[in-house]
Design a protein around this ligand. Sequence first.
Ligand SMILES: *Cc1c(COP(=O)(O)O)cnc(C)c1O
Length: 426
Amino acid sequence: MKNFDKQHLLHPYAPSVPASDMQFVKSAVGVYLELEDGERVIDGMSSWWSAIHGYNVAELNAAAKRQLSKMSHVMFGGLTHEPAIKLAQTLLSITDESLVHIFFSDSGSVSVEVALKMAFEYYSSQNIPNKTKILAFRNGYHGDTFGAMSVCDPVTGMHTAFEGILHKNIFADAPVCMFTDKWDEKYIEDFKRKLQANHSEIAAVILEPVVQGAGGMNIYSPEFVRRVAELCREYEVLFILDEIATGFGRTGKLFAYEYAGIAPDILCVGKALTGGYISLAATLTSKKVMQGVEANHNILMHGPTFMANPLACAVANASLELLLASPWQERVNKIERQLEYELSRCQELEIVKEVRVLGAIGVVELYKDVDLVWMTPEFIKRGVWVRPFLRLVYIMPPFVIKESELTHLTNAIYEVIEAFATSLEV
Ligand SMILES: *Cc1c(COP(=O)(O)O)cnc(C)c1O
């Protein structure tokens, strides 16, 4: 089996002949992944931000089975159904009241494509010419499809291979003001200058609020988000927030934009939406944006085959019900305190540049690039699943993780970084 994988299956951002073997997962329950030989490892990654309740969750399993016995899927053109309507009601009720329209799609990247289409169509439908660019940020990550790639960091965005054929957008410096730093207008200067100089060409600004994820795990000041929102209003460009990673409690707020006390024109959510069960994402927007998109009898031109898939919506409904009924904020705050306390020890290690924590996200930035081939077995040996990238060893565990399990994770991180530093010396 594993040999067939090695010869034929392609994996994310990986060579077709991998440098080391994939770990074979047999099953997963709670915060544990069960590997081939029965070994259990604690998942520090929540399967890339998504499995917030852990795995094999009774309520989500039941919801999926209930929905399966009714219908797994029907087309959304001309048809509608309860799982989608219920999910829309919930999402619109837990986000800003200005967001009243919702588009369901099958992945985060596609929800970003839809957001970009909304922004471009908003201007083209109203015959406002030249609004063909997006102002995005360095260190940003918004997905792997072509529109989404064009707003990722041109260097850390993992898409340098396509540089020549991507839509040319404008990039402002990444937010550098730390979460608790005192605000200074100098932090927003570069963005402000680029907006001032190019606003007549800019349809929208796109930003991951408070935490830039896959582009560098950068945690920054909510004041930055607030100032970007203000400047977007001042220069009349739309403001898109990508909460695909940060949404549903991960940062300590249900949505990270709440820290800034602002609301976007367009909001993308995904990843944890179904509790990590099935791919589903959504793009939410305001009445103003949809009226602009539909000016002069235009319509939003998008419609995936599996739009608002009933099975995915039913699981999302169960996941949100479970989340909202749980003491999620207490859990996330508790994880935050424990991560702060336990990961701060890593700062003793010379190879460690910085430790950053917000909500249920813990990041240890090194001075050196990590070595996945060396580190992965070291983590597995210590009973944890952690997948570092660039110079970052980071975790965002399921919210249901127990104190002792989290300690196990943070100890493993300390030990593996220490051993990695030693391995570099010899
Ligand atoms: C993961 C991610 C995406 C892309 O979502 P996919 O479901 O992988 O297409 C977009 N934006 C952010 C911030 C993400 O973390």
